[in-house]
Write a protein of this length. Structure first.
Ligand code: PAN
Ligand code: ZN
Length: 192
């Protein structure tokens, strides 16, 4: 028999991006993604003194089943490892045909996207940007500013996250600071 869920609402604090509702909170520190940054010496030096919080994701709880929509708010803190801006791990959806919508709430960021055959592109995001991640594109976000970069994401609940492909090949581009500005450079370690 079809189970009927009661309608409900949650609340996002638009000042700090935090979600108020029973939820799952995921925190990623530098040590959780140390191999993803380009400069191993900078990672090592940083980890010797501290293990900074790079980003946090607050998720609502819905069944991860076809028909439901899952949403979350991501806060990427400002910072760099060497000259590379703080970023998310990035992933393909396990169900690669599942798209996603991101809505910028605060700060400035890049949304980096890449197909399986290595086509890589990016969109700039700020408060009010509604970015569409089409099916079959891996996606990573990067904070390119001096305040937290906060965005809302909504996607089919069955999408799932495949982190391994990105851990193995990386993205074709990296975002680094040059003369105080964010610049995209080719990733020499890209194996895709
Ligand atoms: C987002 C991401 C979130 C964190 O909600 O999961 O920004 O990035 P990583 O999952 O790559 O660590 C999303 O794209 N969900 O599908
Ligand atoms: Zn996603």
């Amino acid at each position: 028999m079809t189970e009927i869920m009661m309608p409900w609402s949650a609340h996002i604090n638009l000042d700090n991006g935090l979600l108020w509702h029973p939820r799952r909170i995921i925190t990623r520190h530098l040590s959780d993604m140390a191999d993803m940054y380009r400069d191993p010496d900078a990672v090592k030096a940083e980890l010797e003194s501290r293990d900074p919080l790079v980003y946090r994701v607050d998720e609502i709880e819905v069944p991860q089943e076809v028909g439901h929509l899952l949403y979350s708010v991501t806060v990427i803190y400002p910072g760099k490892v060497g000259d590379e801006f703080y970023m998310t791990k990035g992933h393909f959806h396990v169900r690669e045909e599942c798209a996603e919508v991101y809505v910028g709430l605060q700060g400035r960021g890049y949304l980096l996207m890449q197909t399986r055959d290595g086509w890589c592109t990016h969109l700039e995001m700020q408060r009010g940007t509604v970015a569409y991640v089409p099916p079959y594109w891996a996606h990573r976000t990067i904070n390119i500013g001096h305040e937290p970069f906060v965005f809302y994401a909504i996607y089919p609940a069955q999408a799932g996250h495949d982190y391994r492909s990105i851990e193995e090949t990386g993205f074709g581009m990296r975002v680094v600071e040059r003369n105080g500005q964010p610049v995209l450079i080719p990733n020499e370690q890209h194996g895709g």
